[in-house]
Design a protein around this ligand. Structure first.
Ligand SMILES: [Zn+2]
Ligand SMILES: [Zn+2]
Length: 273
């Protein structure tokens, strides 16, 4: 019999309650929205405001002509995004640009649209999933099979809102009419309709093409098509952006670090059931 087994019952209860409170605090801390100081790109006169919305990131790109929101976080984060707009003293959100149809990127888009009237944009190949409130994870690597297994249970709890886009994006589209000198680059692989927004001054917002969580790395968890994903990463690397913002991980990634990333190729992939 170990010493532990001789602990009195009330102490076990105290320990259990302590652990539950700790886990609760960690979850609240992880999901609490935060924003950080703007990353200023003086050559273009842009201000990029990262919004850390729990597990995923969104970005407000501010120009004199207006603002573009890139991605919108999980459902329930619209207040945090609207609060940031109020802090900036701006009411001219001109576009809600969704990098791909995963709920951690479009979840609050419909609510933001109701509050601001801004149109929602997504690539044509991801329209159907967003319109039906779906999230297709494709094939997964390593332990990510767990999130695919849990997703059907998590999704109803999140109350995912079917989100119909107003603007259907295609390769090479320009965003000038929304006040931003930038091009849409179709970067399929993570999802069929994943896109990267690249400004003329060399700022790229890449969604889940790469991740900054735990250090910059190519997408290694989920892909609709791993070969396409590798090709998409190489295409954006060839454009040599100066700074890259990803959908996860609270960091910006500078050109040299981005150029050095290697794609994950098929192999060790858990097939779809
Ligand atoms: Zn994703
Ligand atoms: Zn994501």
């Amino acid at each position: 019999m170990s010493e532990l087994a001789r602990l009195p019952g009330w102490l076990w209860w105290l320990l259990a309650i302590g652990i539950m409170v700790l886990v609760g605090l960690i979850v609240v801390f992880a999901f609490w929205p935060r924003s950080s100081a703007p990353m200023i790109d003086s050559s273009e006169g842009l201000r990029i405001h990262p919004l850390y919305l729990g597990p995923s990131n969104a970005y407000l790109i501010e120009t004199e002509q207006g603002l573009i929101l890139v991605d919108a976080g999980l459902p329930g984060y619209s207040d945090a995004i609207l609060r940031k707009l109020r802090q900036l003293g701006r009411d001219d959100l001109r576009l809600i640009y969704i990098t791909h149809a995963h709920v951690d990127h479009y979840g609050s888009a419909a609510a933001i649209q109701r509050a601001t009237g801004a149109p929602i944009a997504v690539h044509e190949a991801d329209v159907e999933n967003m319109e039906t409130g779906a999230t297709e994870l494709g094939t997964v690597r390593d332990w990510e099979w767990l999130s695919r297994t849990l997703l059907p249970w998590v999704q109803p709890a999140l109350k995912v809102e079917p989100t119909a886009p107003d603007v259907v994006l295609r390769e090479g589209d320009r965003l000038d009419k929304y006040g931003l000198a930038a091009t849409v680059v179709h970067t399929p692989g993570h999802t069929p309709g994943s896109t990267t927004l690249i400004t003329d001054g060399g700022v790229a917002v890449v969604g889940d093409l790469i991740s900054g969580a735990g250090g910059p790395h190519a997408q290694r968890s989920y892909a609709d098509d791993w070969v396409e994903l590798a090709e998409s990463l190489q295409r954006v690397q060839q454009q040599a952006p100066d700074v890259v913002f990803a959908g996860h991980g609270r960091t910006s990634i500078y050109g040299a670090a981005f150029a050095a990333l290697s794609p994950y190729l098929p192999g060790e992939v858990t097939p779809e059931p």
